[in-house]
Design a protein around this ligand. Structure first.
Ligand SMILES: C[S@@+](CC[C@H](N)C(=O)[O-])C[C@H]1O[C@@H](n2cnc3c(N)ncnc32)[C@H](O)[C@@H]1O
Length: 281
């Protein structure tokens, strides 16, 4: 890939975080699949469309968009080599021929101008060092009148998995984890900020709607706790304490997750913003 303006993100998504997502993509898809239908419907992806999937990761939304696009196509763009390897393999296995994947920084990559009818993202647009520059780059890649639709993390109140992570606060330095703003996954959790960024990037018709979905995180509280503690945020927090505090934190997390165990599954509600806008026609 060419240069990246997002060096830390590039390292994270090509390091443990990317490997964790690539290895556990089926689980992440079970967690986030409830957002797919609202996202693709909001983007109005239809036959013949050319779709750009930003921060596509292992590409499940890219493949869904490609299927809807029929004789059109979908391009998935992502920083992460391990997740793109998984994306290409899944597309090959599922025989989805009208997808391509490219390792690139969506903020800086010179996308073909006016090449896409729609740009979509499932939780892949929150990590830009310069969000206005990134969304302006995406806007240029849309044809005039082209549509943008994405889901991004909303704040903690309705997010049960975030509340579960908050249970770690007695033993781990959770600090402002989950607070809107700042870099990282909650950078667009303030809907006013979303509107400001998209307007400054040249989008119009901006709408931000709350959307919620239950995701299946695993089969039991113990293994979901281990999964969460091994994910990027979990490792970041547990890496700052010793084994005794880590074990206490895990026990508290297991106790919270027990409350969400039902019929052999742990299901948690996630809250997101469903954001739509378009390039002026
Ligand atoms: C939370 S994951 C979501 C992945 C995928 N959309 C999904 O729903 O499974 C965020 C993704 O955004 C990608 N990403 C972060 N910053 C990026 C950037 N500047 N350009 C392209 N991709 C980026 C990461 O590599 C990662 O795959």
């Amino acid at each position: 890939m060419r240069t990246t303006a997002n060096v830390e993100q590039h390292q994270a998504w090509n390091g443990h975080e990317g490997a964790h997502w690539a290895q556990h993509q089926d689980r992440w898809d079970a967690v986030n699949a409830g957002f797919d239908e609202p996202l693709l419907t909001a983007a109005a992806v239809g036959a013949g469309d050319h779709v750009l999937d930003i921060g596509c990761g292992a590409g499940s939304t890219t493949r869904l968009a490609a299927r809807r696009a029929g004789h059109g196509s979908a391009l998935g763009l992502d920083l992460s080599a391990p997740m793109l390897a998984r994306a290409r393999e899944s597309a090959r296995q599922e025989k989805v021929a009208n997808v391509e994947f490219e390792q690139a920084d969506a903020q800086t990559h010179p996308l073909d101008p006016a090449a896409f009818d729609a740009a979509i993202s499932r939780f892949g647009v929150m990590f830009f060092a310069d969000p206005v520059a990134a969304f302006a780059n995406i806007a240029r890649a849309l044809r005039p009148g082209g549509r943008l639709a994405f889901v991004c993390s909303a704040a903690a109140e309705r997010n049960e998995w975030l509340q579960a992570m908050a249970a770690l606060g007695a033993h781990l330095p959770t600090g402002g984890f989950g607070t809107p703003g700042g870099p990282g996954m909650f950078s667009l959790a303030d809907s006013g900020r979303v509107r400001e960024v998209l307007a400054a990037a040249g989008f119009t018709g901006i709408a931000v709607a709350g959307v919620e979905a239950y995701g299946t995180w695993g089969s039991g509280a113990e293994e979901v706790a281990d999964f969460l503690l091994d994910s990027g945020p979990g490792r970041h927090l547990t890496g700052q304490v010793g084994p005794v505090d880590r074990e206490r934190a895990r026990a508290d997390l297991v106790a919270v997750l027990r409350g969400h165990e039902r019929d052999g599954a742990v299901r948690l509600r996630s809250a997101a913003w469903l954001v739509t806008a378009h390039r002026p026609g």
